[in-house]
Design a protein. Sequence first.
Length: 288
Amino acid sequence: MTYRGRFAPSPTGQLHFGSLVAALGSWLCAHHAGGQWLLRMEDIDPPREVPGAAAAILAALPRFGLLADAPVLWQSQRIAAYDAAFAQLRAADQVFPCWCSRSELAAADGMHRDGRCVAAADPSRPPAWRLRTPAVTLHFDDALQGPQRQELRQSAGDFVIRRVEGLYSYQLACAVDDAHQGITEVVRGSDLLDSTPRQIWLQRLLGLPTPAYRHLPLVLDAQGCKLSKSTQALPLDPADPLPALRRALAFLRQPAVPAATDAADLLAQALAHFEPALLPHCSGHSVV
Ligand code: GLU
């Protein structure tokens, strides 16, 4: 089976150093395995999106030498596929409508469990749809973070699949699209480590394959906080890509590339010396 990896940014801000690390890490793993590297724009949450961010991310990646091997998959154009997955879950009685508000759930430790709603059904307004989550323990072996286990009912409860506004959840869209794109290994930041069991559970319910997982340590700022697009931490300069690429390579514990003519040259050299065994294991590292 051909290796297929991906980078799946949400257009909530410009590309930042943390997302460059995820993009570069997944690109190196895919090309090292002789496989393909795909791009997916996770634009299914309009309230969180920043106008122009998707275009800015897609313009920046090639400046860093990161070229996808297929046209970008836009999640906003995949609603029919999510509708079909939702219909499949509904037909199997795996989902239920829920009118509980966040504040009502706060009284029940914030988590919805056992299909038990605190709010009464209110047919006058649209519900959210939640998955009926059983007491099941999911295991997976992360290539960097080691063996993982999560008791799904305890940790995730009856998680939301479709929101009140009719928007599908990241978990559902991710599970459907990793399968649609034929992804064999997911390389991403470890902030998503605890989402993985929910995605694996959805894959099982929907009869989809489970890829391998490799969660990179999070890039932290000097205060030990996660770099995030929303805080505008460490913006990148696509006009001067080499310094950021070198820092990203160093973060990934890969051999330095002291002399490079441009981003493509630096990536070619980095790939020639790429050593997956050197990738960092622990859960967070400061960059600065
Ligand atoms: N869209 C998510 C983000 O930007 C990443 C999703 C994933 O890699 O599964 O944080």
